[in-house]
Design a binder for this molecule. Sequence first.
Ligand code: C5P
Length: 393
Amino acid sequence: MARILLVICGGIAAYKALELIRRLREKGHEVPAILTEAATRFVTPLSVGALSNAPVLTDLFDLDREREIGHIRLARAADIVVVAPATADIMARMATGRADDLATAALLATGAPILLAPAMNPHMWAHPATARNVARLVADGVRLVGPEAGEMAERGEAGIGRLAEPAAILAAIEDILAPDRRLEGRHVVVTSGPTHEAIDPVRYIANRSSGKQGHAIAAAAARAGARVTLVSGPVTIPTPPGVTLRAVESARDMLAAVEAALPADIAVMAAAVADWHVEAAAQKLKKTASGPPALTLSENPDILATISRSASRPRLVVGFAAETENVIAHARAKLARKGCDWILANDVSAGVFGEAENTVHLITADRVEDWPRLSKEDVGARLVNRIAETLAD
Ligand code: C5P
């Protein structure tokens, strides 16, 4: 049984917090709650208290209750603080460290892990300001569950922004309270992002990889207790907490960094490595009357194939395959050609680069697993789970 401080913010999804309280109580957890002022317009402290049978605090000034319970005491005594639904506003205030109401003061005072279950209009979720605040909070160690894609309360609005289902929030809470440490003592090397191949000192050839999938795998492996070395090409997303970053530019740098990181138990090669590099000019190429320069391309080393066949090969080597047709057949051929153990194959004909979600197939020597469409975080968690199962065999 744990003490879960639930912060409820104002939003249409606030009513789902009641269902969450019911489920947490069924599991025997204690669920004191703080309602923001806006939350009290969607659910009443009375209904929350009736379900939780625990203290409910609001900003409506109540000196007696504050003296008796105290929001700081609640925050300090919690095993976890869950914000559901978390609005764009509370995330903005948390990201800047504000404490201008009971909820944000408690969030600042707690030493317990914090889980946010965001819910908002898809445009608000997609806004760069929200993305910036989320990145800041994730870098601070705050965990997120959802939001999910689907229909919004506003008619005709669809997209990412729905509150995660109570069951998913419950699973995320349990994962934090009793974390999976199955990769404890293991070293995992993950490659991520694109490579930049210099043409001259100011120009380069790159690709559209965002690094989201590789970084999500590194984050999941770190959460499972592994020591993680993330060898990443240039990306704009934050380094996940608990991960050692080796930042590289070209494919040749990436190979050197991966080799330097060995020995490892597991290697997951999620980077979109350029197949060729240019014989880079020492000085910036000039525009001349004789026309454009001819670029001479040379083959890059295949990092996945090199590592799969190296003397210090990790026990499990996982590659990626981005295909636009015959996904499974091409991935199977790649498994043999590269000498790796598994391939995560995805169909990129519909556009995956930079997206939040991915549809993948896990291909091993003897079978194919079709995974449903998942967030890149969930693909990471699922892959790490399969890795932990395999190493335990
Ligand atoms: O052959 P293809 O580039 O489609 O293979 C993709 C897989 O191989 C990915 O896991 C990618 O990280 C890896 N790769 C590599 N080195 C290269 C090219 C691809 O490690 N030069």
